[in-house]
Structure formats: structure tokens, C-alpha cells
Design a protein around this ligand. Sequence first.
Ligand SMILES: [Zn+2]
Ligand SMILES: [Zn+2]
Ligand SMILES: [Zn+2]
Length: 59
Amino acid sequence: MTQRICDCTYCECVVPDTAPEVNGKVYCCEACATSHPDNQPCQDSQCDCHRRNWGGIKT
Ligand SMILES: [Zn+2]
Ligand SMILES: [Zn+2]
Ligand SMILES: [Zn+2]
């Protein structure tokens, strides 16, 4: 099985198998999948992608 990394630009979390696919991309958590609205933090508290990528993911 291939491990997939979250498609959130600055996120390097491994995506769980159960993660929903959005437009052909996979995200580790709902916050990443929705481009961190309201600066919502990543499921991994060590990850600061929500701060670096605030304002939305460019597709
Ligand atoms: Zn993250
Ligand atoms: Zn993520
Ligand atoms: Zn993220």
C-alpha cells in the first residue's frame, strides 16, 4: 500500500486510508481539505500548515 501525503501545500502528514478525496486530492483532515477556513488547525498539532497556508489552497 502506498502512503499518501496530504495535498495541503505545507502539510506533510500521512493521509489515512479513510480520508475523503476532494477533486483528485487527498487531505489528512477536514481542516486541510477545506483550506483551513478560520485558520482551523491541522489534526496534527505539530504541523503548522494551517498558519503557513492560511487563506486557502491554490489548486
Ligand atoms: Zn497539516
Ligand atoms: Zn493535512
Ligand atoms: Zn493543512
